[in-house]
Design a protein around this ligand. Structure first.
Ligand code: NAD
Length: 473
């Protein structure tokens, strides 16, 4: 059992002023796994006050000093890598192999990248005879989701600290374990008091207090569109900078000459390994009408053979959903898909056979989906795919772009020039062609209602900087 009764504020662990207790359960069996005492507005205020005080000196550190600090953080992070992986599995149900093979290395990579960016970053430059300075925006409020908790908390923190901001992190309330370990890492790395603060809390109370706080200069929010609207509205009173990194309904566009083995691999990597709980999950697969049956024949047996089960076991290929609430959401969308007349090809409602407890869902494929159906328009955040047939590539591009979201897209095709030309026409922030390797240093973020921010690499650090011009003298 993991009990989180304290918050990390101003370099020390202290009990919340307001102490509501949230009981936690393990996603794999629904059994109690611990609890977290949630901080309130007064705790956020304490953290922001500490961060603002620390900002006065931390913002004036040199890039070399911040490199040294982040190198200490990286050393401590490596010492706790195994603990972090176990924490992720316990809080959100990712298979341990994925937690230790992707979640934790993803967070580590962001810290290492921030160090590399700092070695090169031009904080001062010239525009004609004007001096251009890039200065930290102040206290950064970091509000994170539960689906990629280490990457989110470590990544945002590393970029903000590299820029010279001090931070207050408000992690997702159902994923406090890994965030608490990251605070312990900061403490062990002797990050000065107030530079990094952690406030566990609910979104409606602590998240709202952080978004609206006048002492916060920038909010970096990753989460759902509905919450982003609340965060942006709460932040508007102070006109602080708000970066939003939101959901998606990403198209997986299989061109007429696509190799389906590549497409099937992408479904497993980007959709099923995370139980569909990835912002960039390819949840709409666009297939040439004449090849739909061939695609389903290539895909379905591999989904039916997926080893779904306890995420702590090494052989598990797909774990449970993170929470009962998420399980209910997924069930609701499967029901909606059935009611809308889409053809259920595999999966469907309920739990996979033999998994009567825990938040397990069945890998589900709907064919004959019309892009106007709710299952094709709304982010489900579960292992539910829509297969949409198209007649011409023009039509496929139009369907891909017919979405309120614009986070990512996947294009598969043998003719690379054609695939690139299609990629250029997609209204999204990131396109992977033929299952290309993901670049974790390139700018990551969405078009349209997938948000306005860019994270990772130099773009991530820039998000925490303000620009100043100095002339004369
Ligand atoms: P969520 O919006 O429910 O919660 C995200 C965070 O916001 C949590 O910390 C929550 O406590 C907080 N919050 C809730 N209400 C708030 C309020 N009124 N004010 C301030 N904060 C509030 O999202 P989630 O369910 O935790 O995460 C899933 C979502 O995140 C999906 O939509 C997914 O696509 C998105 N996501 C996007 C990216 C990306 O990089 N674009 C990455 C990961 C997840």
């Amino acid at each position: 059992m993991r009990e989180h009764t304290t918050l990390y504020i101003d370099g020390a662990w202290s009990e919340p002023v307001d102490g509501t207790v949230l009981e936690l359960t393990h996603p794999a069996d629904g059994r109690p796994s611990g609890s977290v005492t949630l901080g309130g507005a007064a705790d956020v205020d304490r953290a922001v006050t500490a961060a603002a005080r620390a900002f006065r000196t931390y913002s004036r550190t040199t890039p070399q000093e911040r490199i040294a600090l982040l190198e200490r953080v990286l050393t401590e992070f490596d010492r706790r890598a195994e603990d972090l992986a176990l924490a992720v599995t316990e809080e959100m149900g990712a298979p341990l192999t994925l937690a230790s093979g992707a979640h934790v290395p993803g967070g580590r990579f962001q810290i290492a990248t921030a160090i590399e960016v700092l070695k090169e970053f031009a904080f001062t430059g010239l525009h004609g005879d004007s001096v251009i300075r890039h200065e930290p925006l102040g206290v950064a409020g970091l509000i994170t989701p539960w689906n990629f908790p280490v990457l989110q908390v470590a990544g945002k923190t590393a970029s903000a600290l590299a820029a010279g901001c001090t931070v207050v992190v408000k992690p997702a309330e159902i994923a406090p374990h890994s965030a608490a370990i990251i605070a312990e890492i900061m403490e062990a790395a002797e990050v000065p008091p107030g530079v990094f603060n952690l406030v566990h809390g609910s979104g409606a109370v602590a998240g709202n207090a952080l978004s609206s706080h006048p002492g916060v200069g920038v909010v970096s929010f990753t989460g759902s569109l509905a919450t982003a609207r609340r965060v942006t509205t709460a932040a508007a009173g102070t006109m602080k900078r708000v970066h939003t990194e939101l959901g998606g309904k990403s198209a997986h566009l299989l061109l007429p000459d696509a190799d389906f083995a590549t497409a099937v691999d992408s479904v497993h990597q980007w959709m099923m390994s995370m139980t569909g709980q990835l912002c960039s999950a390819p949840s709409r697969t666009l297939v040439p009408r004449a090849r739909v049956d061939e695609f389903l024949a290539a895909l379905v047996p591999s989904l039916e053979a997926l080893n779904i089960g306890d995420p702590r076991l090494p052989e598990t290929g797909m774990g449970p959903l993170a929470s009962h609430a998420q399980w209910e959401t997924v069930q609701r969308y499967i029901k909606l898909g059935l009611e809308s007349g889409a053809r259920l090809v595999t999966g469907g409602p309920g739990r996979p056979e033999g998994l009567e407890h825990g938040h397990f869902a069945r890998p589900t494929v709907f064919a004959d989906v019309d892009n106007g159906m709710t299952i094709a328009r709304e982010e489900i955040f579960g292992p539910v795919m829509s297969v949409i047939a198209y007649d011409t590539v023009e039509e496929a591009v139009a369907i891909a772009n017919d979405s309120d979201y614009g986070l990512a897209a996947y294009v598969v095709g043998a003719d690379i020039d054609r695939a690139r030309e299609v990629a250029e026409r997609l209204d999204v922030g990131y396109v992977l062609i033929n299952d290309a390797e993901f670049d974790w240093t390139a700018p990551w973020g969405g078009y349209k209602q997938s948000g306005n921010g860019r994270e990772f690499g130099p773009a991530g650090v820039s998000g925490y900087l303000e620009t100043k011009v100095v002339r004369g003298g």
